[in-house]
Design a protein around this ligand. Sequence first.
Ligand code: ISL
Ligand code: CA
Length: 559
Amino acid sequence: LQPVPWWKDAVVYQIYPRSFQDSNGDGVGDLQGIISRLDYLKRLGVDVLWLSPMYASPNDDNGYDISDYRAIMTEFGTMDDFDELLREAHARGLRIMLDLVVNHTSDEHAWFVESRSDRASEKRDYYIWKQGQDGQPPTRWQSYFSGGVWELDEASGEYYLHLFSRKQPDLNWENPTVRREVYDMMRFWLDKGVDGWRMDTINMLSKNPAYPEGLPLPGTTLTDGQPHFLNGPRIHEFLQEMHREVLAHYDIVTVGETPGVTPDQGALYSGPERSELNMVFHFEHVFLGDEQAERGKWSNPPLALPDVKRVLARWQTGLYGRGWNSLYWDNHDQPRAVSRFGNDRQYRLESAKLLCTVLLFMQGTPYIYQGQELGMTNVSFESIEHYKDIETLNASKVLRDEHGWDDARILASVHARGRDNARTPMQWDDSPHAGFTNATPWIRVNPNYPDINAQAAEGDPNSVWYHYRDTIRLRKTLSVVRDGTFTLLDAEHPSLFCYVRDDGHDKLLVVALFSEEAQSYGIPDEFVGGEVLSNNYPSGEATPELHLQPHQALVIRAA
Ligand code: ISL
Ligand code: CA
């Protein structure tokens, strides 16, 4: 019998270093700040810390534009600070997962500076350079951060590809030297004792070498190039090579960020016999309906619970015995879970706890984003000038200039879906700036920090925080959560999310009411009289008919 890999029992906590804890009064979070909060994370009971990029960067995209893979961002500290963080984390039994951003670098990376300097440069081919046609770029593909993906370099007359900002040129993975450089860099960190990688946009590495035109998009002459670079022709070859060269030699965890994957593709990336990755993040539940909407996510199409359930159930059953799921509601690119999937006004506590229960009882490795354990909410800055995120700022210009949206409409959509919702500083206590910093923070603090903060949460046994802590503990005692099958009940029910987990020995029923209106639910016979293992309300028994309160979530074990 194969031993169970440790990461199947682990809970990951994502830290966005810029917004976690400032230690030196410059308004920017840093590595010493993280060190000072390790005991807090240990108390919560998580096992792995995923750090968003902390490498040298000009911060066009908050560190996802790396100018030196082997140096620490000046604002975050030094390599000594990093080594200390790793030591201190390990001393507490916490593992560290780093962000691997190798689809692109910063345009200030030495490789790109050299690549751009001369068409004959030895490093020209590290990036993707193409001739235009009749003064036009090779394709009209749209960038994720608005505008086209090709930038003309005046000096050489050639265009370089950037799927993200023009300060994030795409690396050329067709070039074996580039791949070798990346593998060397990975070994540098793994040899320090780093425990894994979250791999940024990893399914974009292999582009269709023909660079065909993309599909038409509404209201723009730009096109959707994704069919030509998502899950491209050589992606599995590249990942298998990376596995052979690097990953196989370390006891680590890997998760690929893979927009636009189906469960079948997810199984190709995460199937153990394939020797690629341990698991992937899909985006089907967070981008539901966005692709069909006029202005994508900025149209913020309404979410219907049956669609969310269908997507999550499809991934639960689709990867069962074939691959492994990553479980998440939010991250640094998404609005806050309780604001998007719960009710952040009237039932914030209840619905934040419900989301915890629903997520942590599914099969897979859960990812908790900083502040999610407090039920932190979206923020509504009154003016676009308070926003910092490049995606938000670029999109707001396009929505105004090309689509005629007024400020109110733009702000409403940014309030609902903008990435800065997740990036306001972590709320530690009720002192000025929420205890994040004693200077002016790089981005405004959410004004609700006097009520929602870690200190208050740890002092209140009824807080979202304790529900996370207890649910993390509970799930670790139940192997059925790791191993059992998943069966969705009442798929079409508009407000109830109910499922059964079953490993042949143990059977759990999860019942969650996504609604402000109380409701009754008749449970399957085998759960009547069973033990209530988890409940976000003080009372509730496994009676044949449950009388559910607003946003109530229960877990019942078959009698
Ligand atoms: O954030 C998104 C939409 O709001 C996504 O499309 C996102 O751009 C995509 O998931 C890739 O994200 C990752 O790579 C980006 C970086 O900006 C994101 O923060 C990162 O998570 C480029 O490195
Ligand atoms: Ca700082």
